[in-house]
Design a protein around this ligand. Structure first.
Ligand SMILES: [Zn+2]
Ligand SMILES: [Zn+2]
Ligand SMILES: [Zn+2]
Ligand SMILES: [Zn+2]
Length: 177
Protein backbone atom coordinates (compact mmCIF):
# COMPACT_ATOMS: atom_id res chain seq x y z
CA UNK A 1 0.00 0.00 0.00
CA UNK A 2 1.29 3.40 -0.90
CA UNK A 3 1.97 5.57 2.11
CA UNK A 4 0.43 8.96 1.69
CA UNK A 5 1.06 12.10 3.65
CA UNK A 6 -1.74 12.86 6.03
CA UNK A 7 -3.09 16.20 7.00
CA UNK A 8 -4.55 16.55 10.43
CA UNK A 9 -7.91 17.95 11.22
CA UNK A 10 -8.88 18.80 14.75
CA UNK A 11 -12.36 17.69 15.63
CA UNK A 12 -14.29 19.39 18.40
CA UNK A 13 -16.00 16.11 19.17
CA UNK A 14 -14.45 13.27 21.11
CA UNK A 15 -14.31 9.99 19.23
CA UNK A 16 -16.83 7.24 19.88
CA UNK A 17 -14.62 5.49 22.38
CA UNK A 18 -14.07 8.64 24.43
CA UNK A 19 -17.67 9.76 24.33
CA UNK A 20 -19.38 6.38 24.77
CA UNK A 21 -18.68 4.99 28.18
CA UNK A 22 -15.48 7.00 28.52
CA UNK A 23 -13.20 4.30 27.12
CA UNK A 24 -10.28 6.66 26.76
CA UNK A 25 -7.96 3.67 26.90
CA UNK A 26 -9.35 2.57 23.52
CA UNK A 27 -9.12 6.00 21.91
CA UNK A 28 -7.54 5.60 18.46
CA UNK A 29 -6.29 9.19 18.60
CA UNK A 30 -7.74 9.95 15.22
CA UNK A 31 -9.50 8.28 12.33
CA UNK A 32 -8.67 8.30 8.66
CA UNK A 33 -11.14 10.28 6.68
CA UNK A 34 -12.84 8.75 3.64
CA UNK A 35 -10.53 10.76 1.39
CA UNK A 36 -7.59 8.67 2.77
CA UNK A 37 -5.37 11.72 3.28
CA UNK A 38 -6.89 13.41 6.27
CA UNK A 39 -6.80 12.20 9.83
CA UNK A 40 -9.54 13.59 11.98
CA UNK A 41 -8.19 13.90 15.49
CA UNK A 42 -10.24 12.88 18.47
CA UNK A 43 -11.52 16.01 20.19
CA UNK A 44 -11.22 14.54 23.68
CA UNK A 45 -9.61 16.95 26.12
CA UNK A 46 -9.11 14.49 28.95
CA UNK A 47 -5.84 13.07 27.72
CA UNK A 48 -3.04 13.61 25.26
CA UNK A 49 -3.93 12.36 21.79
CA UNK A 50 -1.73 9.40 20.95
CA UNK A 51 -1.05 8.62 17.30
CA UNK A 52 -1.94 5.18 16.02
CA UNK A 53 -0.39 3.41 13.07
CA UNK A 54 -3.12 3.12 10.47
CA UNK A 55 -1.56 -0.10 9.20
CA UNK A 56 -0.85 -2.16 12.31
CA UNK A 57 -2.65 -0.28 15.06
CA UNK A 58 0.45 0.50 17.15
CA UNK A 59 -0.30 3.37 19.47
CA UNK A 60 2.76 5.45 20.10
CA UNK A 61 3.72 9.04 19.51
CA UNK A 62 7.38 8.00 19.43
CA UNK A 63 6.94 5.12 17.00
CA UNK A 64 4.32 6.51 14.66
CA UNK A 65 5.11 9.29 12.19
CA UNK A 66 2.96 12.36 12.49
CA UNK A 67 3.08 13.02 8.74
CA UNK A 68 1.78 9.62 7.65
CA UNK A 69 0.28 8.06 10.77
CA UNK A 70 2.19 4.89 10.06
CA UNK A 71 5.08 3.23 11.88
CA UNK A 72 8.49 4.85 11.56
CA UNK A 73 9.87 1.34 11.19
CA UNK A 74 8.10 -0.43 8.30
CA UNK A 75 9.68 -3.78 9.16
CA UNK A 76 8.36 -3.76 12.68
CA UNK A 77 5.02 -2.67 11.33
CA UNK A 78 4.87 -5.56 8.87
CA UNK A 79 5.95 -7.93 11.64
CA UNK A 80 3.15 -6.79 13.86
CA UNK A 81 0.61 -7.17 11.09
CA UNK A 82 1.85 -10.68 10.24
CA UNK A 83 1.57 -11.62 13.90
CA UNK A 84 -1.97 -10.31 14.11
CA UNK A 85 -2.91 -12.22 10.97
CA UNK A 86 -1.38 -15.42 12.34
CA UNK A 87 -3.12 -15.04 15.67
CA UNK A 88 -6.39 -14.48 13.93
CA UNK A 89 -5.93 -17.48 11.65
CA UNK A 90 -4.94 -19.91 14.41
CA UNK A 91 -7.84 -19.06 16.68
CA UNK A 92 -10.23 -19.45 13.78
CA UNK A 93 -8.73 -22.72 12.60
CA UNK A 94 -8.57 -24.10 16.13
CA UNK A 95 -12.20 -23.32 16.65
CA UNK A 96 -13.24 -25.04 13.43
CA UNK A 97 -11.06 -28.11 14.07
CA UNK A 98 -12.37 -28.71 17.55
CA UNK A 99 -15.82 -27.78 16.41
CA UNK A 100 -16.35 -25.30 19.16
CA UNK A 101 -19.31 -23.06 18.95
CA UNK A 102 -18.55 -19.50 18.19
CA UNK A 103 -18.08 -17.44 21.28
CA UNK A 104 -21.27 -15.65 22.08
CA UNK A 105 -20.75 -12.05 21.23
CA UNK A 106 -21.49 -9.78 24.08
CA UNK A 107 -24.83 -8.09 23.76
CA UNK A 108 -24.36 -4.55 22.54
CA UNK A 109 -24.72 -1.90 25.17
CA UNK A 110 -28.23 -0.63 25.48
CA UNK A 111 -28.57 2.51 23.44
CA UNK A 112 -29.06 5.59 25.53
CA UNK A 113 -31.58 6.91 23.10
CA UNK A 114 -34.52 5.41 21.35
CA UNK A 115 -37.15 6.45 18.90
CA UNK A 116 -40.68 7.17 20.01
CA UNK A 117 -43.05 4.62 18.48
CA UNK A 118 -45.65 7.31 18.25
CA UNK A 119 -43.88 10.16 16.51
CA UNK A 120 -40.34 8.95 15.77
CA UNK A 121 -38.73 11.64 17.93
CA UNK A 122 -35.76 10.76 20.10
CA UNK A 123 -36.46 9.40 23.55
CA UNK A 124 -34.27 8.94 26.60
CA UNK A 125 -34.04 5.23 25.83
CA UNK A 126 -37.67 4.27 26.28
CA UNK A 127 -40.23 3.37 23.66
CA UNK A 128 -42.05 6.65 24.01
CA UNK A 129 -41.61 10.29 24.75
CA UNK A 130 -43.37 11.29 27.95
CA UNK A 131 -47.12 10.98 27.52
CA UNK A 132 -46.89 9.60 23.98
CA UNK A 133 -47.81 6.08 25.07
CA UNK A 134 -51.35 7.24 25.67
CA UNK A 135 -51.39 8.99 22.27
CA UNK A 136 -50.22 5.75 20.71
CA UNK A 137 -52.92 3.89 22.58
CA UNK A 138 -55.61 6.33 21.50
CA UNK A 139 -54.71 6.14 17.83
CA UNK A 140 -54.71 2.32 17.98
CA UNK A 141 -58.14 2.39 19.62
CA UNK A 142 -59.43 4.68 16.85
CA UNK A 143 -58.04 2.46 14.10
CA UNK A 144 -59.51 -0.67 15.67
CA UNK A 145 -62.92 0.96 16.18
CA UNK A 146 -62.85 2.11 12.55
CA UNK A 147 -62.17 -1.47 11.56
CA UNK A 148 -58.90 -0.53 9.87
CA UNK A 149 -56.84 -2.95 11.94
CA UNK A 150 -57.73 -5.84 14.19
CA UNK A 151 -57.10 -5.99 17.91
CA UNK A 152 -55.21 -9.24 17.54
CA UNK A 153 -52.89 -7.81 14.91
CA UNK A 154 -52.30 -4.77 17.06
CA UNK A 155 -51.49 -6.84 20.13
CA UNK A 156 -49.11 -9.01 18.13
CA UNK A 157 -47.40 -5.91 16.80
CA UNK A 158 -47.22 -4.34 20.25
CA UNK A 159 -45.79 -7.51 21.69
CA UNK A 160 -43.07 -7.40 19.03
CA UNK A 161 -42.41 -3.75 19.75
CA UNK A 162 -41.97 -4.56 23.42
CA UNK A 163 -44.87 -2.57 24.76
CA UNK A 164 -45.84 -3.21 28.36
CA UNK A 165 -48.50 -5.71 29.31
CA UNK A 166 -50.22 -2.90 31.18
CA UNK A 167 -50.63 -0.88 28.00
CA UNK A 168 -51.81 -3.96 26.12
CA UNK A 169 -54.42 -4.49 28.84
CA UNK A 170 -55.52 -0.87 28.52
CA UNK A 171 -56.00 -1.33 24.79
CA UNK A 172 -58.15 -4.43 25.31
CA UNK A 173 -60.23 -2.56 27.84
CA UNK A 174 -60.65 0.51 25.64
CA UNK A 175 -61.91 -1.45 22.64
CA UNK A 176 -64.12 -3.48 24.92
CA UNK A 177 -62.53 -6.83 24.29
ZN1 LIG B 1 -10.56 10.46 25.49
ZN1 LIG C 1 -10.85 9.57 21.53
ZN1 LIG D 1 2.46 0.04 11.96
ZN1 LIG E 1 -44.04 10.46 20.18
Amino acid sequence: MAITQKTLKQSTHPCGFCSTGGRHDLCPGGVLNGNQVEVVLCGCTQHEIVRRCLECGLRSNAGVAESTWTCLDPEECEGRRAKARAAYATTDVARVLTNQPEKPTRAPAKPKTGKCLCCGETTGGGLFRPGHDSKYLTSAVTLIRDGQISLDDTLTKWHREGLSVALQGKLQKRVGA
